[in-house]
Design a protein around this ligand. Sequence first.
Ligand SMILES: [Zn+2]
Length: 123
Amino acid sequence: MPTAPTIKEMTARRKDGALTGMRCAGCKKTWVTPVARCAACAGTSFETVTLPNDGTVLTFTIQNVAAEEFMNEVPYAWAVIRLSDGTNVTGWIPYVASERDLAIGDRVRYSPSYKPGVMFEKA
Ligand SMILES: [Zn+2]
């Protein structure tokens, strides 16, 4: 049975530059946030997959108020990104102060960061 990555393993791989997901052995849906049970088919068997680092912005909102670890980053965009393999992931994009700075459909690239979450930069 394939083994699912732990949160600690996924975070370590992200810091090394590899966006990591867990792919359900049953329905092949990929999850970027660790899950114990597949929300699509209720499967419990997963394999670790390396995801592509590039994608496009599906939607976003601009954050002007943030948790303590992001206090020096505001404003920034909180976005849903569709990776080039079709996997959707939520993440944040620095230096976005208004809708003039980012658009739906813009190309972005995953950028390893010491900050929590998954950071993307405009490609
Ligand atoms: Zn599944």
